[in-house]
Design a protein around this ligand. Sequence first.
Ligand SMILES: [Zn+2]
Length: 168
Amino acid sequence: MEPRSAAAAGRDFPYTAGTTCYIEVHEDGRVTHGDSRAGYERAVAGKSRLFAVWPGQWSSDLFLIDDLDEYAKAHGIKHDQDRTGLSEHVHDVEWTEEVAYNTNPRSPYISIRLTMKCGCEIRNLDTFAKQMREQQGWSVATSVGWGSSSGPEGTSYSLRVRRKSLRA
Ligand SMILES: [Zn+2]
């Protein structure tokens, strides 16, 4: 079976779909599976090649991961401004507590409404949470719902953040 090119599909390639399985063919012919950072680094170093199996209904397609940059961005190994909406800089944020939502004084998390003064957009909460942890020590809850709303003053976001990690 001749592998197809993942690069040819561009950003539409389902790099992070749950049905996409990765296999790594090592220099010595060994075949392992997984999509780890280590596998990416070996592929960049030319020590292995990464393939993806994309299961179809009747047959599976085999793709060579020939755009490792796109692969790394999709998996968060490399920062991707387009996918995340977030620049790699110290964000300028403004936030207020959403008092009406914070009815349980014992909850370690509080709801806040946040605006991005720096012009970034939050398209990927995991990336934003990681950046804010590094920049301001925030613990943003990433396993609960969050939302955004747009108005005349721009977009604001509803997030849950660990109370003790917020600076007053
Ligand atoms: Zn920013």
